[in-house]
Design a protein around this ligand. Structure first.
Ligand SMILES: CCCC(=O)SCCNC(=O)CCNC(=O)[C@H](O)C(C)(C)COP(=O)(O)OP(=O)(O)OC[C@H]1O[C@@H](n2cnc3c(N)ncnc32)[C@H](O)[C@@H]1OP(=O)(O)O
Length: 250
């Protein structure tokens, strides 16, 4: 792969945005490579959790302005937005836990990409900004919607309408990130903890969360919950865990 590095560590797939000379800006080639690797990650029974991060000092500086500034008309730019929109939808509907480790700048589309993940961890160098409005446009990959969903109207609009760039402390104050970490290993430990559970139970919870996000009614989602719990009741993991508890307490 030319624009991303992909590495599997135990049951975690690490996707590293790798265009340091452009601060990991997303171009067409990166969209294609992300799409391909995400397809494989979704299908693989060996991968439970996916982490996105960037090389060197950036997570991602957003869309590749050099490449995309050549798209002048609405008809030219819309396919580009739809192409990356599909990648964002792919992440959002991957059915497995996703984590963004924001190790530096996440600006414009870079912030949108980070918001597509279930969790965000940051380094003390993290800076995030929905700066699209400073360029006279709005977010265009779905990240504005994700910010509104995750932060609520007031906090999200305050970022979308000002175009402010937040530093690490502000990112935590806004509750955009779960935690600031001192090394990538801490993110991996979090992923390992998730991965210690069965893929089926992880997928069931992700589906439940997606049901709430997509406006399933309580009763519809509750049915899903009853279905997943009863299915997993038959699993060896459940049998073993309860047996161990009962043995210990004899
Ligand atoms: C289409 C979806 C919506 C969008 O995402 S629009 C894009 C929004 N993003 C931006 O406006 C961010 C632009 N970049 C920056 O503000 C800064 O480069 C940034 C990330 C704060 C890093 O600053 P520095 O570390 O000082 O690096 P620098 O500015 O000297 O940049 C180094 C080289 O990278 C290039 N670069 C950075 N961001 C880019 C981008 N988004 N697209 C294309 N090229 C980009 C920059 O032109 C520079 O190239 P060169 O070394 O001068 O040839």
């Amino acid at each position: 792969m030319k624009t991303i590095q992909v590495e599997q560590k135990k049951e975690t797939l690490i996707i590293v945005l790798n265009r340091p000379e452009f601060r990991n800006a997303v171009n067409f080639e990166m969209m294609d490579e992300l799409r391909k690797v995400l397809d494989q990650a979704k299908q693989s029974s060996q991968i439970k959790t996916i982490i996105f991060t960037g090389v060197e000092r950036s997570f991602s500086s957003g869309g590749d302005l050099g490449q995309f500034h050549q798209l002048k008309s609405k008809d030219e730019v819309k396919p580009m937005l739809e192409k990356m929109g599909k990648v964002i939808t792919q992440i959002v509907n991957l059915g497995k836990p996703t984590i963004a480790y924001v190790n530096g700048y996440a600006l414009g589309g870079g912030a949108e990409l980070a918001m597509a993940c279930d969790f965000r961890f940051i380094s003390n160098q993290a800076k995030m900004g929905f700066i699209q409005i400073n360029l006279g446009v709005t977010s265009g990959w779905g990240g504005g919607t994700l910010l509104l969903e995750k932060l609520g109207r007031t906090k999200a609009l305050s970022l979308l309408l000002t175009g402010d760039i937040l530093n690490n402390e502000q990112i935590l104050q806004y509750e955009i990130a779960l935690k600031e970490v001192s090394s990538f290993d801490e993110v991996l430990l979090f992923a390992d903890k998730i991965n210690s559970h069965s893929l089926e139970s992880l997928q069931a919870y992700i589906d439940l969360a997606n049901g709430v996000r997509d406006g399933r009614t309580f009763v519809e989602n509750q049915k899903k919950e009853i279905e997943s719990c009863s299915t997993l009741w038959e699993s060896v993991e459940h049998e073993r865990a309860v047996d161990e508890f009962l043995q210990k307490n004899k």
